[in-house]
Ligand binder design. Structure first.
Ligand code: SAM
Length: 577
C-alpha cells in the first residue's frame, strides 16, 4: 500500500492508513477488524440509516443516542452535521492493555493509532468553523496522541493540554510504574484557532467567603474632586491628572455571623455591587504607580489617564487610591446572576481534584461503570466553558453517557454513539431516561436540574449492499431497503440531501443544481422522456435503477447509475488509503 507523505513531521506506524472497525466475535467479545486484512468490506463502510427504536420525553427533541460502531455512525452523520458540531469530547479506550470488566481496552498499539486516526479525521469534518475538540487520555498514549492530533488538526490548532488530577495521591491500590499515577490529560484543539483566538475561557462559581472578606468596602460617595497635579505620561505623552477627593464616604460590609446571615449579606453585596472594592499595595517595581502615590497622603484620590497598553489601552481610565493603596473593584472579578453573586475565574490548564472531584461518581446517573467513568463536574466545566445553550455537543465513545447527561442538564443539544449493546441499554439509556425524569445526582444540584427535554434512540441500520443469501459472491442491494427507505439511504450514500415530499427530485446536492432520482422500476426511453422535460438545462440528474434499456438515448444533463454496482464509488474515493 502506497504511503501518503505530506512532507511534514508526522508519526508513522505499521499499518498506518488501515481502517479499523470494532466488531464482535461469537462470544460477544469485541475485536478490532482491519480493512487491510479483508475483515472489513467497502460496503460495510458506506453511510447507513439510523433506525429509530425509541423516543424518550419531548417528541420534538433532536438529541440522538446512537447504538453502533462510531466510524460508520460518524460517516452517516456527516450529511446532516458536517460543520455543525460546536464541541466534541471523546474519552476513547486508553489502550492500557487490560481487559476491563465493562469494556475491552488494550488494542495493539499500531491498531489503536489507526483506529484513532480514522475517527479523528471524521470528527474534524463534523466540527463547526469555531468548533473545539477535547480528547481525554492517560499518560501511556498521550505522547503518540499529540502527534496524531497535530497531523489531523494541524499543529497551529493545538490550544491546550489540560492535566486533571483524577484521584488522590496516596492509598493502597494506586497504580503507576514508578510514581503514583494520579493524572489524566485532555488535549484541546480548535478546528480553526483563528476563529476562537479572542475567546478567554472563564469559570463562574458562587463567590467564596474568602473573597467576600477581601472585598468588604463600599465607596458610597466619591465626593467632589480638586486637581492637584497634571503631567504628561512618559509612555504616550497624554495628560495624567491627579485629584484629591473631599466629602467622600466609605463604609464597610460586616460579615459577622456569616452562616446565619448569608442571604442578607449577599443581598448587600448585590445592592452595592458597582461600588464594592478592596485596596492593594502598589508594587515597588511599578514606577508609574510609585510616582503617583508620592503625591498622595492617606486620603482618597483619583487619577485620570490614558493607558498605552493592557485591557483599557487608548481609553480614558480612572483609578482610585485610598491610604496610598490602589482600588480593585469587585465588578472586575465577579458577576451578578439573578440574586447570586458569582466569582469569575480565568481557567488554567491544571484541574485539581478539589475543583473537579471524582469522589462518588459511581452513583452518578444511578449507573455503574467500574473504570473509565468520568465525573459530571468535569464535563460541566468543559461544556460550560466553550458552548452556549442550544449548541451541539458530540461524544462518539459514549460509555455510560456522562457527556450527554451533563450536556442535557446544561441545555445543549447532543449526539452520543456507543458500540456496545449492553452499555447502551443498561447504562446510557437508563441514565438518560433518569436525566429526563429529573435525575438528582451529578451536577443536578449545581445547575438546578428538575428534568425535562427528551431524546431519540437509534440503531445503526444495516449496510445498503450485502452478499446474496444463496450466492455470496454476488452483491445485492439489501432487500430490507425498498420504497422511501431505499431512496433515503441512496441519497445518503451518494451525498444528496433527501427531499421528503418530492416524487421526482428525490435528492439534491449542496449547490442545488444536481438531483437524484431513485427507482425500482425498469427504466425505458418512455420513462426518460417523461422526466427530462422537468429538468432545466443548467440542472443535472442521476437516475439510480436496477435495470434499464441499454439502447436509451439520454439528454446531455442526465446519467444512469446501476444498482448496486455503480454506487458508493464517491465514498470509496474519499477513504484516505
Ligand atoms: C472510556 S469509555 C467512555 C466512558 C465515558 N466517558 C463515561 O464517562 O462513561 C469508552 C467507551 O467507548 C466505547 N467504544 C469503544 N470503541 C468504540 C467504537 N468503535 N464505537 C463506539 N463506541 C466505542 C466502549 O464500549 C466504551 O464504552
Amino acid at each position: 500500500m502506497a504511503k501518503r507523505r505530506k512532507g511534514k513531521l508526522e508519526l508513522d506506524w505499521v499499518g498506518k492508513g488501515d481502517i479499523i472497525l470494532t466488531k464482535f466475535d461469537e462470544k460477544g467479545k469485541t475485536y478490532p477488524a482491519s480493512y487491510f486484512q479483508g475483515q472489513v468490506s467497502d460496503e460495510e463502510l458506506m453511510p447507513r440509516e439510523f433506525e429509530l427504536t425509541e423516543s424518550v420525553g419531548d417528541p420534538k427533541s433532536e438529541n440522538m443516542l446512537i447504538w453502533g460502531e462510531n466510524l460508520i455512525a460518524l460517516r452517516s452523520l456527516e450529511r446532516e452535521f458536517a460543520g455543525g458540531i460546536k464541541l466534541i469530547y471523546i474519552d476513547p479506550p486508553f489502550n492500557t492493555g487490560q481487559d476491563f470488566e465493562d469494556y475491552e481496552d488494550g488494542l495493539e498499539h499500531s491498531i489503536w493509532l489507526s483506529m484513532m486516526q480514522n475517527r479523528l479525521e471524521l470528527l474534524r469534518n463534523l466540527l463547526s468553523k469555531d468548533g473545539l475538540i477535547f480528547v481525554h487520555i492517560d499518560d501511556i498514549e498521550q505522547g503518540y496522541l499529540r502527534l496524531l492530533l497535530d497531523e489531523v488538526f494541524d499543529r497551529r490548532n493545538y490550544l491546550s493540554l489540560i492535566s486533571w488530577e483524577r484521584s488522590p495521591g496516596a492509598g493502597i491500590g494506586q497504580g503507576g510504574k514508578f510514581l503514583i499515577n494520579v493524572s489524566e490529560y485532555i488535549y484541546v484543539y480548535a478546528k480553526n484557532w483563528e476563529a476562537i483566538s479572542r475567546v478567554k475561557p472563564t469559570y463562574k462559581r458562587e463567590i467564596p467567603l474568602k473573597n467576600m472578606k477581601q472585598y468588604n468596602r463600599i465607596l458610597v460617595d466619591k465626593g467632589r474632586k480638586e486637581l492637584i497635579k497634571e503631567f504628561p505620561s512618559k509612555s504616550n505623552n497624554l495628560p495624567v491628572k491627579v485629584y484629591k477627593r473631599y466629602d467622600y464616604e466609605i463604609s464597610n460590609i460586616s460579615l459577622k455571623d456569616f452562616e446565619n446571615r448569608k442571604d442578607e449579606i449577599v443581598q448587600e453585596y448585590v445592592n452595592n455591587f458597582e461600588n464594592i472594592f478592596r485596596t492593594n499595595r502598589v508594587q515597588k517595581e511599578n514606577r508609574f504607580q510609585q510616582d503617583l502615590i508620592s503625591n498622595m497622603d492617606k486620603d482618597l484620590y483619583s487619577v485620570q489617564y490614558t493607558p498605552s497598553r493592557g485591557r483599557t489601552e487608548g481609553q480614558i481610565t480612572e483609578l482610585f487610591y485610598y491610604r496610598q493603596e490602589l482600588f480593585s473593584w469587585l465588578k472586575d472579578v465577579a458577576e451578578i446572576q439573578g440574586n447570586a453573586l458569582l466569582k469569575i475565574d480565568k481557567i488554567n490548564d491544571f484541574w485539581t481534584k478539589e475543583q473537579l472531584t471524582s469522589a462518588g461518581i459511581s452513583g452518578e446517573g444511578n449507573v455503574e461503570l467500574r473504570r473509565g467513568k468520568k465525573p459530571e463536574v468535569l464535563l460541566d466545566r468543559i461544556i460550560s466553558m466553550v458552548t452556549r445553550k442550544g449548541d451541539w455537543v458530540l461524544d462518539c465513545f459514549g460509555g455510560s453517557a456522562t457527556t450527554t447527561a451533563a450536556a442535557h442538564k446544561l441545555g445543549r443539544k447532543w449526539i452520543m454513539v456507543e458500540v456496545r449493546e449492553d452499555m447502551v441499554k443498561e447504562k446510557a439509556l437508563k441514565r438518560m431516561r433518569n436525566v429526563v425524569n429529573g435525575d438528582t445526582t451529578g451536577i443536578s444540584k449545581e445547575v438546578n436540574w428538575k428534568g425535562g427535554g427528551g431524546f431519540k434512540v437509534y440503531k445503526l441500520g444495516e449496510p445498503l449492499i450485502v452478499k446474496h443469501k444463496d450466492y455470496p459472491s454476488i452483491k445485492i442491494i439489501n432487500p430490507k431497503y425498498y420504497n422511501t427507505a431505499l431512496i433515503k439511504v441512496i441519497c445518503n450514500v451518494e451525498g444528496f440531501k433527501f427531499r421528503k415530499n418530492d416524487k421526482l427530485f428525490h435528492g439534491v446536492n449542496k449547490l442545488g443544481n444536481k438531483y437524484a432520482h431513485i427507482t425500482e422500476q425498469y427504466v425505458s426511453q418512455g420513462y426518460i422522456d417523461l422526466i427530462k422535460n422537468k429538468l432545466a438545462d443548467n440542472e443535472q440528474m442521476i437516475i439510480y435503477c436496477f435495470n434499464y434499456d441499454e439502447k436509451i438515448t439520454l439528454p446531455f444533463n442526465m446519467i444512469i447509475k446501476k444498482l448496486p454496482t455503480d454506487i458508493g464509488k464517491a465514498f470509496q474515493l474519499r477513504l484516505r488509503l
